[in-house]
Design a protein around this ligand. Structure first.
Ligand SMILES: *[C@@H]1O[C@H](CO)[C@@H](O)[C@H](O)[C@H]1NC(C)=O
Ligand SMILES: *[C@@H]1O[C@H](CO)[C@@H](O)[C@H](O)[C@H]1NC(C)=O
Ligand SMILES: CC(=O)N[C@H]1CO[C@H](CO)[C@@H](O)[C@@H]1O
Length: 364
């Protein structure tokens, strides 16, 4: 551990851990120190460690239950990033929190609202004898994307809102590195790519609108049998303040599209996922009823920004006595739980032939 820089262990060595966390933690070397990489298997941990050698030459690989236990007992490790299959994360997250580690975990926060609530009550129970709770953050990155944040600001200028549309065509086939990972296909994880990826699109919707989804009516289907069900979802949504909208998500499409579009009495705001000058990112367009169109393109920055926010919060907790509950609210369990709750309500509605289903908005 460098002076004044918290030490972190990365738990997980899968595609996202290797392709996103390891390089981003390198870029964040001035504010967080990668100390250990853990995987369930020795091979996975050692391979991932090679990817971090350039910036963390002293980091160690650990594996299995014994390796995990030694990380949880290591006082030089202040925080862990849990990047594991969704159905196994909560158990490890809770063990780390109980050991006093600050935690950032990948989305979805849990496989169901009920699972998240039961983990939340175990976390709350740790706050006895005035001990400060460690941070429990959930990485979903969309709440940190600059283009989506900008869209939320434009939407406030739209006057009366007529409606919102979320349109996602995300081809998922054997060309994708995520296609063949098995955990989204297991019986203990219901919802496949629709739950795992859907939370992102709902996070974008809730943030742009600055308003919660109250109830949904949806139909899902299973068309591409090489994908776990469902791969196709159409929903009518009611926001808390009375605005209505539609959400369409399709993983079996051949075409690619990702749009959030809000129409108001004073103009229209649209966010598109796109590529500019070889950079992947989002373009936010604001078309006011009167005046010039404004366009802002921002390359993807959410994963970096949320890891930076977490690392800075950990440093404030470790060195300045901040409490975990004061950490950046965009990564809070409540936000992440509400994204899961919207998708879950859509599944419930579809199970009852599209009858409206109320979204669970509270953790307790
Ligand atoms: C709902 O919320 C949006 C975003 O804050 C706002 O612009 C809109 O006017 C609200 N609609 C109603 C009916 O209150
Ligand atoms: C997967 O989908 C993308 C986008 O439609 C396409 O370019 C690619 O060829 C597809 N791969 C396979 C194996 O079908
Ligand atoms: C492209 C595609 O897979 N479309 C399907 C989406 O789901 C509806 C049912 O809601 C099916 O009828 C479509 O074939």
């Amino acid at each position: 551990m460098a002076d004044g820089i918290p030490g972190l262990a990365l738990l997980g060595s899968g595609i996202f851990a290797s392709s996103q966390y390891i390089p981003k933690l390198g870029e964040l070397g001035g504010i967080v120190s990668l100390n250990t990489i853990w995987s369930r298997s020795e091979d996975g941990a050692k391979k991932a460690l090679q990817l971090a050698k350039s910036y963390a030459p002293n980091a160690e690989a650990k594996w299995g239950q014994e390796g995990l236990e030694s990380i949880l007992q290591d006082k030089s490790i202040h925080a862990v990033a849990v990047v594991l299959p969704a159905q196994h994360q909560l158990e490890i997250v809770l063990r780390a929190l109980e050991a006093g580690k600050h935690v950032i975990q990948e989305k979805p926060v849990g496989p169901s609202v009920a699972d998240v609530r039961s983990a939340w009550s175990a976390y709350q129970a740790l706050a006895k004898n005035d001990t400060k709770l460690p941070i429990w953050a959930v990485a979903e990155n969309y709440r940190f994307e600059p283009a989506l944040i900008q869209a939320g600001k434009f939407v406030k200028e739209l006057g009366q809102i007529m409606g919102v549309q979320v349109l996602i065509e995300a081809p998922m086939n054997s060309s994708s590195p995520y296609f063949s990972s098995s955990w989204r296909r297991e019986a203990n994880f219901k919802g496949g790519f629709m739950l795992d990826g859907g939370v992102h699109f709902i996070a974008g919707l809730r943030m742009i609108m600055g308003c919660e989804v109250d109830s949904v009516s949806a139909t899902v289907s299973h068309v591409d049998l090489t994908l776990p069900p469902p791969d196709n979802l159409s929903a009518l949504i009611q926001l808390q303040n009375g605005t209505a909208g539609v959400v369409y998500i399709c993983y079996s499409a051949k075409s690619r599209k990702m749009i959030w579009r809000v129409v108001g009495s004073l103009g229209t705001v649209e966010v598109d996922r796109t590529v500019q000058n070889g950079q992947h990112g989002y373009k936010t367009t604001y078309q006011p009823a009167k005046g010039e169109i404004q366009e802002v393109f921002c390359p993807f920055a959410g994963v970096y920004e949320e890891l930076r926010a977490f690392s800075e919060d950990v440093a404030r907790c470790v060195f300045q006595g901040q409490s975990g509950e004061e950490a950046d609210k965009r990564s809070s369990v409540l936000e992440a739980m509400r994204d899961v709750a919207v998708i879950e309500a859509m599944f419930h509605s579809s199970d009852s032939k599209g009858a409206p289903s109320v979204v669970e908005l509270e953790l307790e």
